[in-house]
Design a binder for this molecule. Structure first.
Ligand SMILES: [Zn+2]
Length: 421
């Protein structure tokens, strides 16, 4: 394998952060696992230094090259044919389950996703085992910020199920966080609000308290890990923001206090909506799997979707960082359709396609503590090659036929077989 790769004739979408960004003509030189140079127009392979045959040239013939995408709310434990049977999967035989997980991480990579952040697993070591297998080259998959079982509190949602662990106070929670970190987790998921989909636990319910969250954040930091929360109601979002939680999932309802607390933490907090999930449920995509109109009404999700769209518009104006992520893996939000989340940011929230793409690229690298998410010298060479211009039509990122190749660590990690058909 040559050490350097020259990607020629690209339309480079660097992900600069400019909401009006468009791809520009360029070449990209990779050295090992990093991007060495990004040039406007053509780079002469003979002039890049070193013997010419030390450089592998890949002509992408005008395809768009952008950073590999990322998703900040993933459950790789949910098999490709998952239908809301969390407890069954949690109790299933480990060997076939591991193969299901392998199929899911491969699906992420082949969908252009090179970085995922866990929002908990159903068998404790799913994320860590998959990450290790990927790093050893045993199976294809993205970079994984691993999690572990979700953490809830007595009487709260998921208490008494095999898919969670329960903490009653700050002391117990600190202990659980330490044990999960020692087992390799780096994104610790806490349930601090209800979820209307289980009507006995409305989204406005708040679980845990400031003392518990502060202890969890402090303990996780000792291991270089961070805390993420399921927080749907305003009070839970405000609590997460003021106690130092790094990644707040859902944030469906936002009052002035919640927005104020988020603004105060502007530089080290991210909100991950899961907007497409709500949209799909409210629009009946889950009906064939028993999500009847009555159940949807009962969940309050219709109001929640409206509130979340308004909230996201507000966060966008306030400059709060939004990290794309979407709880994908249900049959109505199937694995492989991850970029539908970006479509919703464009058609419901009013983001430009470039902004939506930034939420899955340049916003995610710093959240994960990685130099990824930009096509920029020095950054890790995780790249996606697609036909067409996703800043014109973001939905092309969802189309498998448009995906030509995925680079990870400077190597071709996926090539669409149809490129040679
Ligand atoms: Zn989730």
């Amino acid at each position: 394998m040559q050490r350097r790769t020259l990607i020629r004739n690209a339309r480079v979408l660097a992900c600069t952060g400019d909401a009006a960004e468009r791809p520009v003509d360029g070449d990209i030189l990779l050295d090992g696992d990093r991007i060495e140079r990004v040039a406007a127009g053509r780079l002469d392979p003979a002039a890049v230094g070193g013997p010419a045959d030390d450089v592998r040239v890949i002509d992408v013939r005008g395809a768009t090259v952008l950073p590999g995408l990322g998703d900040a709310h993933t459950h790789i434990s949910w098999p490709l044919d998952f239908v809301f049977d969390h407890a069954g999967v949690a109790a299933s035989a480990p060997a076939p389950h591991a193969l299901d997980v392998a199929a899911v991480v491969r699906t992420f990579l082949e969908s252009g996703y090179t970085l995922i952040i866990s929002a908990s697993v159903l068998q404790p070591l799913d994320d860590v085992t998959a990450r290790d297998a990927i790093e050893r080259g045993l199976i294809p998959g993205p970079r994984i910020v691993p999690g572990n079982l979700l953490v809830t509190s007595p009487g709260a949602i998921s208490d008494g199920t095999p898919m969670s662990v329960v903490a009653a106070d700050a002391h117990e929670l600190r202990d659980i966080v330490a044990r999960q970190c020692e087992a390799g987790a780096r994104a610790i998921k806490l349930f601090i609000s209800g979820d209307g989909i289980v009507p006995e636990f409305p989204s406005d319910d708040v679980y845990m308290n400031d003392e518990m969250l502060t202890a969890a954040v402090d303990e996780a930091a000792k291991y270089g890990a961070f805390v993420t929360t399921h927080a749907r109601g305003s009070a839970s979002v405000a609590m997460a923001a003021r106690t130092g939680v790094r990644l707040i999932h859902h944030a469906c309802f936002l009052d002035d206090e919640a927005v104020r607390e988020l603004e105060a933490r502007r530089d080290d907090v991210w909100v991950c909506p899961g907007l497409h999930y709500l949209y799909a449920v409210v629009n009946g995509h889950a009906n064939p799997w028993g999500m009847t109109p009555e159940k949807i009404e009962l969940s309050g999700y219709r109001d929640e979707l409206k509130a979340q769209v308004e909230g996201l518009r507000r966060l966008r104006e306030a400059g709060i960082r939004i990290a794309a992520g979407g709880d994908f893996g249900h049959q109505w939000t199937r694995h492989g359709t991850y970029a539908a989340e970006l479509e919703r940011y464009v058609d419901l929230v009013g983001m430009t396609p470039a902004e939506a793409i930034h939420s899955a690229t340049r916003e995610l690298g710093p959240l994960a503590g990685l130099e990824t998410g930009q096509v920029r010298a020095g950054y890790l060479a995780d790249l996606l090659v697609v036909d067409g211009d996703p800043t014109e039509d973001v939905s092309i990122l969802k189309d498998p036929a448009r995906r030509r190749a995925v680079f990870k660590n400077g190597e071709l990690a996926y090539v669409n077989p149809s490129v040679y058909a």
